[in-house]
Ligand binder design. Structure first.
Ligand SMILES: [Zn+2]
Length: 183
C-alpha cells in the first residue's frame, strides 16, 4: 500500500515537472476545451461516437476522443526507439518520424517536429489551471498530447504525445519486401 502511494505521488510529481513550467505565449492559437477537441471542425475523417468506440480500445478512445492522458511511463512507445514512422491511432495518418523522437525523461513519447507541416493542429488548452498548447491530428481531430517550447534540439519544440494516440510502422529495410508489396 505505502509503496503504491509513493509510486502514485512520484508519477504526479513527474507529470507536474513535465508540464508546470510551461508558460504559453501562444495567444494566437484558438482556444478549445478538451471536450470540444474532436468536434466543430471539418476533419477529413468524420465518424460517430459509436464508430470511434467500436474502432478504438478503451484507452485509445479516452485519449484520442476525450483528450485524456495516459499515466506517465506506462505507454507502449515511451521508451521505444526503433526506426520507422509513428502514425495516428485514430486514422493512420503519418505524424512523426522516428528520427525526431528523443527521450525527454518525462514518461511520454517526445518528438521535436511533425513529419510534415500540416499534419498536426495546435490549439490553446486552459484546462487543469494550466495554459498549454494542445496538439491534435489534422486529419481526424484525435487528441495527441501537447507541444512545449522547451525542446532540447534545434527546433526548440517538444511534442509530448500519448502512446495511446500512436501507431507505429517499422522501417522496412528489406528492399525485396517493399517491392513485392507494391505489386
Ligand atoms: Zn488522425
Amino acid at each position: 500500500m505505502i509503496q503504491k502511494s509513493i509510486t502514485a505521488v512520484a508519477l504526479v510529481m513527474i507529470a507536474i515537472s513535465c508540464t508546470a513550467q510551461q508558460e504559453s505565449q501562444n495567444d494566437t492559437i484558438p482556444e478549445v476545451t478538451p471536450q470540444t477537441t474532436a468536434e466543430n471542425m471539418d476533419y477529413n475523417v468524420q465518424k460517430s461516437d459509436a464508430e470511434w468506440r467500436e474502432q478504438l480500445t478503451e484507452e485509445q478512445y479516452r485519449v484520442l476522443r476525450e483528450a485524456g492522458t495516459e499515466r506517465a511511463g506506462t505507454g507502449e512507445y515511451n521508451l521505444h526507439f526503433e526506426e520507422g514512422v509513428y502514425t495516428c491511432a485514430g486514422c493512420g495518418t503519418e505524424l512523426f518520424d522516428s528520427d525526431s523522437k528523443f527521450n525527454a525523461h518525462c514518461g511520454w513519447p517526445s518528438f521535436d517536429k511533425e513529419i510534415e507541416e500540416g499534419k498536426i493542429i495546435e490549439r490553446l488548452d486552459k484546462s487543469y489551471g494550466m495554459i498549454r498548447t494542445e496538439i491534435v491530428c489534422a486529419n481526424c481531430g484525435g487528441h495527441l498530447g501537447h507541444v512545449f517550447d522547451d525542446g532540447p534540439t534545434s527546433t526548440g519544440l517538444r511534442y509530448c504525445v500519448n502512446s495511446a494516440s500512436l501507431g507505429f510502422e517499422a522501417e522496412d529495410d528489406s528492399e525485396s519486401e517493399s517491392e513485392s508489396e507494391e505489386e
